[in-house]
Design a protein around this ligand. Structure first.
Ligand code: SF4
Length: 249
């Protein structure tokens, strides 16, 4: 039975979360399928002049090999905004199904009222979906659209829906109260969704440091993308000066 089916059948969410924790950074990879996005969040690094998408055939070879070695249990489809690339998302999902790998997706939830993309989300049969919602994303995806996406997700029986809320660590003390109140409001409003605060350094929108705070490790699929981008390096996507990175990678 595909692991996805097991998760869908889990009655106890806590047990499910425990099972998911086995899929740690080492076994979960994020695939940044595209740098294209329909938003332009202030804290985001993905505002390149030229958009790029992952090379699916290279990714397929890499993933198949990693799966044989037992190294990858879940793939998270990310971008940019991955739902702008329907065909790629479908191909990656089909590959994961073939290899018995779980599939999740991170999105800015712009598609709440868009029938084609809603259908795409439905057919991806995800074990987890993460919607980004914070002051930065709200400048591009309004409340009503976001809520339409949430309502749609509720009809899909996705085991682990989440909302990511970016918080600027440099402003955490000044805005602590506001942040906590906002967080509480989100939890109350979006019952059934796990709300996760993502600490970021808004002044340094570097992939290396934002990635370091996430649940997952950036891994070779990212490097496949970077291999296509001659401006990029292993650690830094090239849109920010490496010397600015607080981690000094
Ligand atoms: S929605 Fe995500 S990828 Fe798009 S600009 Fe905002 S943070 Fe960047």
């Amino acid at each position: 039975m595909e692991l996805n089916n097991v998760l869908h059948n889990l009655k106890n969410l806590e047990a499910g979360r425990a099972a998911l924790s086995l899929i740690d950074g080492k076994h979960a990879v994020i695939v940044q399928v595209t740098t294209k996005c329909n938003a332009k969040c202030r804290v985001c690094r993905f505002h390149p002049e030229k958009h790029d998408t992952i090379n699916f055939e290279k990714f397929k070879t890499w993933l198949t090999q990693k799966r044989k070695q037992g190294e990858v249990l879940s793939v998270c489809i990310n971008g940019g905004e991955p739902t702008l690339e329907h065909s790629l998302c479908r191909k990656i999902r089909a590959l994961c199904r073939e290899l018995g790998i779980l599939c999740s997706l991170i999105t800015n939830a712009w598609w709440g009222k868009n029938p084609e993309t809603r259908m795409l989300i439905k057919n991806l049969d995800l074990f987890q979906i993460t919607l980004s919602r914070d002051i930065y994303h709200l400048e591009y995806v309004d409340d009503k659209t976001f809520d339409a996406s949430v309502d749609f997700i509720k009809t899909l029986n996705i085991p682990f829906p989440r909302i990511f809320c970016m918080v600027d660590v440099d402003n955490l003390y000044n805005e602590r109260q506001i942040t906590q109140e906002y967080f509480n409001r989100l939890q109350k409003k979006y019952k059934g969704f796990e709300v996760v605060q993502i600490p970021i350094k808004a002044k340094v929108s570097c992939d290396s440091c934002t990635g370091a705070f996430s649940d997952f490790e950036y891994c070779e699929p990212r490097l496949i993308y970077l291999a296509k981008n001659e401006e990029g390096t292993e650690c830094c996507s090239g849109y920010v000066n490496k010397k600015d990175c607080p981690k000094k990678i």
